[in-house]
Design a protein around this ligand. Sequence first.
Ligand code: GRF
Length: 215
Amino acid sequence: MSVSTEHLRVAVLLSGRGSNLAALIEAAGQELAIALVGAFGDRADAPGLARAAAAGIPTASFSPKSYPDKASFEAALFAAVAASGAELVVLAGFMRVLTAHTVEQWRGRLINIHPSLLPKFQGLHTHARAIEAGEREHGASVHFVTPVLDGGPVLMQTRLPILPDDTPESLATRLLPLEHRLLVAAVRLFAERRVRLDGDQIAVDGQMIGEPLKL
Ligand code: GRF
């Protein structure tokens, strides 16, 4: 892939399989004007890191156990992220809560994809919780990361109906391809330099958005 200076430099942080990363890799190979400058993980055996390496993306993993505390682990991780020249950092299945210090340093340049219609179902087991709660709709959100877990301003969402016989697994399976499209669409807005975080407000094309954009 040839990379122009206008390509947005994107780093991805992950802990697991990396299907969202794979969606970004595929889109970057087509029309999405990003350069994936690094994939970073908190476990060396994360399949997502192998996917990245296979695509020629530099990878690094940082084990929290190798550091005396959370702050020094994050300092090492984000020093590597900064060294990659990343302009945007995407948390895509990164299973750690970042410290307020890191989040503030990267404020406006750090996004997460979360499998629920935030502010509903922050945290884990979102599909099961949505079904248990009797929700008729579920979805995924791309939001800016702030010190509040899954609580930052939401840029874009995708929705799908919950079917009567849905299980957490069937719901997750139907949602995943929508998540991939959502993440690519959200990153595209950054690549086109159309998004800005102003305090707790998101501006797209210079206009504050009152509610999340819809995929
Ligand atoms: C996705 O469901 C994402 O929304 C959540 O973690 C999962 C990561 O999946 N934050 P993958 O590693 O990208 O396949």
